[in-house]
Design a protein around this ligand. Structure first.
Ligand SMILES: *Cc1c(COP(=O)(O)O)cnc(C)c1O
Length: 221
């Protein structure tokens, strides 16, 4: 299958309310172009300078989602155009994104990353810290960001039960946050879970954004 056929075949498996983020990190620009020509409009990148350079070379109607760990000193490279930042893992980072968004007179959509995997090296709030930060309401003072949902990554394992239970724990956290902190706020609606190997499970657990790279573009360079 070529890139266009792979995108079509994945999209056929996605319910209407689930959007596909084509994870194009480390992939050559020609491959992104092929995905664009197949109708793909949301692309995910995990390095700020790479995203900036690709943004400059591709059509302007692409929604760029930053999905990786973002360092504070790199926000400025993507703040002028980035549509959504998936992996916000601290209140300090959120405040810095707000500052850079304000400089560009923009509002940037953000997801809080919650650490659900067993692996320690993965970033993110614990579910408790995420909920207590949201309950604090501190973020309401940040008028150039919008918290639109939560993001997580499951453990890298073949154990589908483990993956499912991790996604379910994030879903529960999302439901609690929605009920307690965003009941009147339709913007808080995104659950970013699911990658090439686990997206069918993520969909069963309520994903609204699947982040798929290798299943579209093949192995990264
Ligand atoms: C690379 C990456 C993906 C895509 O992974 P694939 O296994 O290639 O689909 C998804 N999410 C994040 C955060 C990533 O860094």
């Amino acid at each position: 299958m070529n890139i266009s056929e792979r995108i079509q075949s994945i999209k056929e498996k996605l319910p209407k309310n689930v959007n596909l983020v084509a994870v194009s990190k480390f992939q050559a620009i020609e491959k992104l172009q092929a995905a664009y020509e197949a109708g793909q409009r949301i692309f995910g990148e995990s390095r700020a300078l790479e995203m900036r350079d690709k943004h400059a070379q591709l059509p302007q109607d692409i929604a760029w989602h930053f999905i990786g760990h973002l360092q504070k000193n790199k926000i400025k490279y993507i703040a002028p155009f980035v549509k959504m930042i998936h992996a916000v893992d601290s209140p300090e980072l959120l405040a810095e994104i707000n500052k850079e968004a304000a400089k560009n007179a923009r509002v940037i959509d953000c997801l809080l990353q919650v650490h659900i995997a067993q692996e320690e090296h993965k970033f993110g709030f614990s579910t408790e810290d995420c909920l207590s930060y949201l309950r604090s309401g501190e973020w309401k003072n940040l008028s150039n960001i919008r918290i639109v949902g939560l993001m997580g990554m499951a453990t890298f394992t073949d154990d589908t039960q483990e993956i499912r239970s991790e996604f379910q724990s994030l879903r529960q956290c999302f439901d609690t946050a929605k009920k307690e902190c965003f009941a009147q706020d339709d913007c808080f609606c995104e659950l970013s879970i699911g990658m090439s190997d686990d997206y069918p499970i993520a969909i069963e657990c309520g994903s609204t954004l699947v982040r798929i790279g290798t299943a579209i573009f093949g192995e990264r360079q």
